[in-house]
Design a protein around this ligand. Sequence first.
Ligand SMILES: O=P(O)(O)OC[C@H]1O[C@](O)(CO)[C@@H](O)[C@@H]1O
Length: 546
Amino acid sequence: MSLVSDTPAWQTLTDLANTLSSTHMRELFAQDAQRAEKFTAQACGITLDYAKNRITQDVMQALVALANQQQVTSKRDAMFGGAIINNTEQRAVLHTALRNFSGKPVMVDGVDVMPDVLATQEKMRQLVNKIHSGEHKGYTGKAITDVVSIGIGGSFLGPKIMTEALKPYWYKGIKVHFVANVDGCHIADVLAERDIETTLFLMSSKSFTTQETLQNTLTAKDWFLQHGGSQTDIALHFMAISSNIKAATDFGIAEENIFPMWDWVGGRYSLWSAIGLPIALALGYEHYRALLDGAFAMDEHFQQAPLEQNLPVIMALLGVWYVNFFGAQSHVLLPYYHYLRGFPAYIQQLDMESNGKSVTTDNQTVDYATGPVIWGSEGTNGQHSFHQLIHQGQVLIPADFMLPLRVPHNIGPHHAMLASNCFAQTQALMQGKTFDEAKAELATKGLDTAELDALARHKVMPGNKPSNTLLFEQLDPKTLGALVALYEHKVFVQGAIWGVNSFDQWGVELGKVMGNEILDKLENATAPLSFDSSTNQLVERFRAAN
Ligand SMILES: O=P(O)(O)OC[C@H]1O[C@](O)(CO)[C@@H](O)[C@@H]1O
């Protein structure tokens, strides 16, 4: 098969991008009073206004033609149907089965996975209720008040960020804490404030081989044993979530305390599995279930809505448009909602670990970018920091703004101020400010002509900077579930267009192997070194200091 960059649909888009490069979005808005209406789509409590993009209806049609040419819908159906689409690991990709409430079976290798999925959800529900009711007690008979979740990557980001995003829904009486980094400062800080009698540790690792998670759990176990807990008490205080049951039991976790997951769930897609247990403990099972319901609703939308009205497809196509036809190298996420402040970091793993690839599923090296750098932080903080570069810098950075229309507080004018900042940023990015407008603003400042011209040049804002605005009625668990699934499917569609396998992550493996080799040399201070001279020197300096 030819690369997507050699296809007619790609050429059409290249031509359209050239034509459109001389047209400012101000003109596109001036030409069409219905522009906002035409470029707005809605689903699952989310409204996407994508009118402030460098697009026309011709562009959107050509992008949809690209999606059709790349067989996005049949690839989508293959994923939902349990086909082995992760071809380098020979795995199905079925995080969608974890939120499948259709009552229909999902088959992998001729076996329906739904009974195991539902049984695990029931086991989670029972544990959450036992902990919240105080029925599950610590070894001294006290109720559990704190949960420490240990995991990294997808076994950390989803649980932590979704828990944080749903703070208004937290169950009173339980606090959930997260440890990811192997940096001992992290676990030391978390343990220092815990009461051994009332703390439950959850070890989350799909593979049960991840260095950071294994070491942090060993440290937690040592702490438990050193502070009065015994080997038999461990069963009341340590549980695990893993697809590697044997490794978990070998590690010392009682089999009944292991929540299973499966190799058809990718790490960065695993919050819907028992990896989401910390979320369920923080919120209560009903709210956790609503999160899954929201994702299921988005799955249905993704499968059923025409491509032109399909939220994940539209967002994916706009991303491809900027990455491949305007050379955008990054994409910024700007949640205007404090509790959603971690969302950019979540999408960073989802997007960059999925599509940061160079070879297609049919083993060809690509000659185009397969994804931008994803970054961002909460509004309005970014406005007083990096927005300057988005407004006036020489790099194109498409943005996703996010705002709940209603918030769980009613404190003075805060929410209207927040919303006005969000909307104003999208407006300023699109509209910009011309030289004449800048000069007119300075007219009353008493400057001479040369001074006025010089200063006005600095105040020019080019505008024509693209953004999407995502509005939610409110960020309840169901809407958050839909939002996460929206981005998952966006990433899927982009991977389908670029022809890459979005579900492996070989790029992270080499560092792990080399890290272990270096650890060996750090722990054996006399072992000869045969790395490159820089690495040798770094190891020697570490040895000298320790
Ligand atoms: O759940 P595990 O197996 O400990 O893996 C944690 C993370 O490590 C990665 O494999 C890569 O670092 C991620 O994809 C994954 O989410």
